[in-house]
Design a protein around this ligand. Structure first.
Ligand code: AMP
Length: 183
């Protein structure tokens, strides 16, 4: 199972991804989690990414592409994977395609969690992550709309987009995802 979870910050990608990991045993690859670990370990990657993340901006494509390429080569990805928060730009999606082609793999479904902005703002109030202040959330939503939202058309054209209503109970949304990915 080769999946991408797509959606604005606060859409529930991480939460729903954990359910898929538990049910199907594929690893969740969250570029946000990997970057946060790099920041807290003070690595060169973390030093470069930290200020951008704190400002609600995307980190440069070449940084995240390198991370994902290395991660996808690991053994636990042989039977599949769930990408959570990657790709976030058209160049990232194009690089992903090249990397997967080299590995003899391809994306099967891009699960797009659809949640309106006012619901996002409401949800983020309760989260308490360093980049969850209202101003930073707005910046992250702006980045999403400008750089990430065009990926919907990109994956729609390739017949891979599975739009899911991301407003509802966790169980309802999980059920809709399973139906969309045919499991
Ligand atoms: P997330 O946990 O997915 O919301 O990611 C937190 C932050 O990490 C984002 O606001 C970006 O600054 C950075 N980030 C995570 N994934 C990516 C990506 N694929 N491309 C660029 N920046 C990313």
């Amino acid at each position: 199972m080769h999946l991408v979870f797509f959606g604005p910050p606060g859409a529930g990608k991480g939460t729903q991804a954990q359910g898929i990991v538990a049910d199907y045993g594929v690893p969740q690859i969250s570029t946000g989690d990997i970057l946060r670990a790099a920041v807290s370990n003070g690595t060169p990657l973390g030093q470069q990414a930290g200020p951008l993340m704190a400002a609600g901006k995307l980190v440069p494509d070449e940084l995240v592409i390198g991370i994902v390429e290395e991660r996808l080569k690991e053994r636990d990805c042989e039977r599949g994977f769930l990408l959570d928060g990657f790709p976030r730009t058209i160049p990232q999606a194009q690089s992903l395609e090249v990397v997967l082609q080299r590995l003899g793999k391809s994306i099967e479904h891009v699960v797009s969690l659809e949640v309106p902005d006012d619901v996002i703002h409401e949800r983020m109030k309760g989260r308490g992550r360093a980049d969850d202040s209202p101003a930073t959330v707005q910046k992250r939503l702006d980045e999403f709309r400008k750089l990430t939202a065009p990926l919907k058309a990109y994956y729609q054209e390739r017949g891979l987009l599975r739009p899911i209503n991301g407003v509802g109970t966790l169980e309802d949304i999980a059920g809709a995802i399973k139906r969309a990915i045919g499991r």
